[in-house]
Design a protein around this ligand. Structure first.
Ligand code: FE2
Length: 488
């Protein structure tokens, strides 16, 4: 087996770890609030073998599912590989058989037709099942107690789409899960599958429609009555893939689009709105109705945040990305393709919302950003630099609070744990990294009062192992974990 490349995708916080482990009773400094009982699942991409090509990127790392299990103030930690078909094939071969990021034309002939997803983006809990997801394929179900892989999930054969998003939306009142898959009919197709699973996890609706061009639709939103699909001009091209090139190339001169439809309606009811050229958003904070008006709050940037997607599209971008937390408002009572735009907050990403606020007007949300006093950011994560500040924002009045970190620290996306008291904002759990030497890092799990983020953590939990940069996480309360379809 060869060595990992010395690029940003395999150094810093992206240094491969690949250790499956279980540790009980981690050291807790401070007190974890008694109402924080459950499991914090994390998706951690970690390549089990060095890549075929030295220019491979962090997003191709094999999915690992990590879990902090919190019970009466004590914390256990577990991390396991997701046993995808790809992981199994490369484990047997003891080398990489799959080639470039989302380009099957660069694979070994021996794995032609083998599922190439790495299930490394978001752990999703719905109807008693835990899924590890990545938008280029179907999810893999994981036993939430043992972290063993159950298998590829396609709703008992009912789902026709070849893909499923890593950003599903669950209505807190009905328990329904709304999701979609793009490239649903295959590589570089414009097919989008829009799907609904009921509260018991049955697929009750799958409808397909076409997007204007084949773009990476990373996230979408629901309101209490509508589904909202934002489409940004980072596009795929089959000829480029066949030539061994990049899956995604950002096109700065192409318009963005937003599709809005009744969430239980038909796809032929979609209204299309045309947005600014060249903009990009990977994550949406929330959306909600105000009569005929639909508000969509998103982490928007003036160009694509991924340098390799800009480079593939020939986009030269000097200096920081412009943009911010932005509200787009669509008036469905009026004809036409235009909409309003209003700034809400400073730039950032990895937003977190209370589950109970999904699709509804909301008072506060949280997202990650850069602290100007935080020193140079740590190297690592999907875009190459780690965030070093946590914001709490009240979009209604612009109130903003920050938990800044000391220089040499980085922060991963938080999960939210609701509080029992109605006037309490709840708790945020997140992994915080600190550089301790050249390419050496230590990590802790922090518990923060979600209404008082500027005060910093109320509890810190030492993680006695190296950990690679996380993508997304998911909180599963203990009561829901007890309803799992699988045994411990
Ligand atoms: Fe994401």
């Amino acid at each position: 087996m060869g060595a990992f490349p010395g690029t940003i995708h395999f150094t810093g916080l992206n240094t491969p770890v690949g250790i499956e482990a279980s540790v009980r009773n981690l050291d807790v400094i401070g007190v974890i609030p008694p109402e924080v009982q459950g499991a914090f699942f994390r998706a951690v991409p970690d390549p089990a073998v060095p890549p075929k090509f030295a220019d491979e990127i962090a997003l191709s790392g094999d999915g690992m599912v990590a879990r902090f299990l919190i019970e009466n103030g004590a914390v256990d930690y577990d991390i396991r590989f997701v046993h995808t078909a790809r992981y199994e094939a490369e484990k047997t071969a003891r080398k990489a058989l799959f080639g470039r990021y989302r380009n099957p034309f660069t694979d070994d002939a021996s794995v032609a037709g083998v599922d190439r997803t790495v299930a490394n983006t978001t752990p999703i809990w719905h109807a008693g099942r835990l899924f590890m997801t990545k938008e280029d394929g179907l999810p893999y179900e994981v036993n939430p107690h043992t972290l063993e892989t159950v298998g590829r999930w396609n709703y008992h054969g009912a789902l026709r789409s070849e893909t499923m998003t890593a950003h599903a939306r669950i209505d807190p009142a009905t328990g329904e899960m709304f999701f979609f898959g793009y490239e649903a009919g295959g590589l570089c197709t414009t097919d989008i599958a829009y799907c609904v699973a009921d509260k018991d996890g049955n697929l009750v609706s799958e409808q397909w429609f076409q997007q204007p061009y084949c773009s990476t639709i990373h996230d979408f939103a629901i309101t209490q009555t509508r589904a909202v699909f934002p489409i940004f001009p980072t596009t795929a091209n089959l000829d480029r893939l066949k030539a061994g090139g990049a899956h995604w190339a950002h096109q700065q001169d192409l318009e963005s689009w937003v599709a809005i439809m009744p969430r239980h309606g038909k796809v032929d009811e979609i209204r299309w709105f045309k947005g600014p050229k060249g903009v990009s958003a990977f994550h949406i904070v929330n959306a909600f109705d105000e009569g005929d008006r639909v508000h969509l709050d998103l982490c928007l940037s003036d160009t694509c945040a991924f340098p390799f997607m800009r480079e593939a599209g020939g986009v030269v971008w000097e200096g920081p990305l412009g943009g911010g937390l932005i509200r787009w408002t669509f008036d469905l009572s009026k004809p036409g393709e235009s909409f309003e735009q209003q700034p809400l907050g400073p730039p950032g990403d990895m937003p977190r919302l209370r589950d109970a606020d999904q699709g509804r007007p909301y008072r506060s949300a949280w997202y990650l950003s850069m602290n100007p006093q935080g020193g140079p950011p740590l190297p690592g994560g999907p875009v190459g630099v780690a965030f070093n500040a946590l914001f709490r924002i009240e979009p209604g009045n612009g109130r903003l609070e920050m938990m800044g970190l000391e220089p040499g620290m980085g922060i991963n996306e938080p999960v939210h744990v609701p509080a029992a008291a109605p006037d309490h904002d709840g708790w945020l759990l997140m992994v915080v990294d600190r550089q301790t030497g050249e390419n050496a890092f230590e990590s802790e799990l922090w518990v923060v009062d979600a209404g008082r983020v500027h005060e910093g953590p109320v509890a810190r939990v030492k993680i006695p192992l190296k950990t690679r940069a996380q993508v997304h996480g998911w909180w599963v309360p203990a009561a829901d974990l007890a309803q799992s379809r699988h045994q411990a």
